[in-house]
Design a protein around this ligand. Structure first.
Ligand SMILES: C[S@@+](CC[C@H](N)C(=O)[O-])C[C@H]1O[C@@H](n2cnc3c(N)ncnc32)[C@H](O)[C@@H]1O
Length: 258
């Protein structure tokens, strides 16, 4: 296993990053949606729609949403793709509680959704179970990303699709400079104003800067076993939607231990 500190990218025990994200997301769960809306000037909805457009439309499809949090991806996919069922999962039950309440309010528009605490590094489902696996803003928070990618591949059916939305690196140097200024100064400000937790948003900025660029993350996906890996930049590369498929005719990778 190769665990890192997700704030710096340096090697570190898994528990360091895992406990940090547990504590941050348990604290900000109820203000998370508002923070997203304000800090992205509403663009997060556009990014979610771009992500959902990559999930193949199939009324029989079984979908797994990893790091599903308060359910934004689950509900967007439910409304736009209308699969047979979505498993909305996350490490932090406080985040899933927000998603459960949204589900009760009808945000899945009739698509059945179940909720479960799951560490994306050790997915407790059988191999080859899902037609699509989604993850938005999750992989950056995971200390052993290679293992999480292998687990996503394992639970996909051959030919199944992995769609991963994540903060990324703008290619235009001016836009990248502005973005970095925003990350350093305004993200912690908005975080403090909206959730009261400045430190959690200093972490958010650090983890975004430490996350691999689009091409490097695509290489990680290929190394995990995905094929036909591609990505689309949104808003000049502030975020990117990465897509990979599980090859046909390969044996399921071993289930992660631990
Ligand atoms: C920034 S939120 C994104 C939530 C949701 N996907 C969205 O788009 O709004 C990141 C989520 O990743 C979850 N997370 C962090 N580490 C995880 C892990 N190892 N396994 C599963 N979820 C994890 C956090 O609890 C948090 O809910």
């Amino acid at each position: 296993m190769s665990s890192i500190d997700t704030a710096t990218g340096q090697e570190a025990p898994e528990e360091l990053s895992k406990e940090r994200v547990r504590s941050i997301f348990a604290q900000i769960a109820r203000r998370y949606e508002l923070f997203n809306a304000v800090s992205s000037f509403g663009a997060y909805r556009l990014w979610l729609a771009r992500m959902a457009a990559q999930v193949p439309v199939d009324p029989q499809a079984q979908v797994l949403d990893l790091a599903g949090g308060a359910g934004d991806v689950t509900f967007t996919v439910a409304r736009k793709v209308r699969p047979a069922h979505i498993h909305c999962t996350d490490l932090v039950d406080d985040m899933l509680n927000v998603a459960r309440e949204r589900y009760e309010r009808g945000e899945a528009s009739g698509v059945p959704v179940s909720f479960q605490v799951v560490d994306a590094q050790r997915i407790p489902f059988d191999s080859e179970r899902f037609d699509a696996v989604t993850m938005a803003y999750g992989i950056r928070n995971i200390p052993d990303r290679d293992q999480a990618l292998r687990e996503a591949l394992r639970v996909l059916k051959p030919g199944g699709t992995f769609v991963c939305l994540e903060f990324s690196t703008p290619r235009n140097p001016l836009w990248n400079g502005l973005y970095n200024f925003y990350l350093d100064h305004l993200i912690p400000f908005w975080g403090k104003v909206i959730t009261g937790d400045r430190d959690g948003f200093v972490y958010l900025s650090q983890s975004i800067k430490a996350f691999p660029r689009q091409d490097a993350f695509a290489d990680m996906m290929r190394a995990a076993g995905f094929e036909r890996v591609e990505w689309q930049n949104c808003t000049g590369g502030i975020v990117a939607v990465h897509v990979g498929r599980r090859p046909h005719g390969t044996c399921a990778p071993q289930r992660a231990q631990g």
